[in-house]
Design a protein around this ligand. Structure first.
Ligand code: SIN
Length: 279
């Protein structure tokens, strides 16, 4: 679906990702343009816009057109109320190297949309990859799909996340974050609220186990399902340039950032939109 007659949508792969050309994310967007943009994000699951160079305020203003901005659980614990955060990798602050995940899948209501804005990008490395959870579901044999329906998976803040919080904010903050977020169960297969596609709701970084299955059986099933994320046919990989913006559908994707730029500097701004309105 075209966003407007001027904006061009260039698909990047057979399953996920598109680049939007001829769009200025700083320009005021009428409600119908926002609706078309939202539909384009749902259709392609992640979209990229080059050369935007948004300030923190501009990122916030653009993202807020899609719904209420989320205050991350960390910022809730810190009491800052901040709706944007900075990911800053340096020689002294190595990249987190998180495995595939959907943002905040360990919360009761994970966000609808994720936004990243590239501030400083190394000469090489530091790409981000997204995988399509609808393509992952569609790739399963019918028997496995049937076996997955009705299952629920337990999510919790991962140890590496809590260690990273402890490193940057202290043990007490990490403990309060963990205590505020006991494990939460989400369906393994979900219908996308807008597209109606079936999604294999994987978030390996934050997944503990399938509820009600023996630990070994659960581990075997999850390992089989998580292998679908590694199929390049389900992925898009973005080589960042400074000023790029990515917007993704959190329900329909999971993502991971590569760490091969270490020890070079990489700075990103990020925010999320809550599920307050359909996205
Ligand atoms: C993330 O894992 O959410 C961060 C993505 C990135 O830095 O590219």
């Amino acid at each position: 679906m075209p966003v407007s007659s001027a904006v061009q949508v260039r698909r990047l792969t057979g399953s996920i990702g598109a680049v939007l050309d001829a769009i200025d994310l700083r320009a005021p967007l009428a409600a119908d343009a926002v609706a078309r943009l939202r539909a384009t994000i749902v259709e392609h699951q992640v979209v990229f816009v080059r050369d935007q160079h948004l300030t923190e305020d501009e990122l916030r203003t653009f993202a807020a057109r899609f719904g209420p901005l989320g205050v991350s659980p960390l910022h809730q614990v810190l009491g800052t109320g901040r709706t944007t955060s900075v990911i800053e990798d340096t020689a002294d602050r190595p990249p987190a190297g998180f495995d595939w995940h959907t943002d905040l899948s360990w919360t009761a209501a994970p966000p609808a949309l994720g936004f990243l804005s590239a501030v400083e990008i190394p000469a090489w490395g530091g790409d981000t990859m997204w995988a399509s959870l609808s393509a992952a579901f569609d790739s399963l044999p019918p028997g496995t799909r049937a076996a997955c329906r009705g299952l629920r998976v337990r999510h919790r803040p991962d140890r590496t996340l809590l260690e990273s919080v402890a490193r940057h904010h202290g043990d007490e903050v990490a403990r309060r974050l963990r205590d505020a977020h006991p494990p939460v169960d989400h369906p393994l297969v979900r219908l996308h609220p807008v597209s109606g596609q079936r999604l294999l709701s994987l978030s390996p970084l934050y997944t503990e186990q399938v509820v009600g299955l023996e630990r070994d059986t659960s581990a075997q099933l999850m390992a089989t399902l998580e292998r679908t994320l590694e199929d390049p046919h389900h992925q898009v990989r973005w080589r960042w340039a400074e000023g790029d913006v990515a917007v993704w559908d959190e329900a329909a994707t999971c993502h991971r950032a590569l760490t091969d730029h270490f020890p070079h500097r990489r700075v990103m701004r990020r925010c999320v939109v809550e599920r307050g309105r359909p996205a």
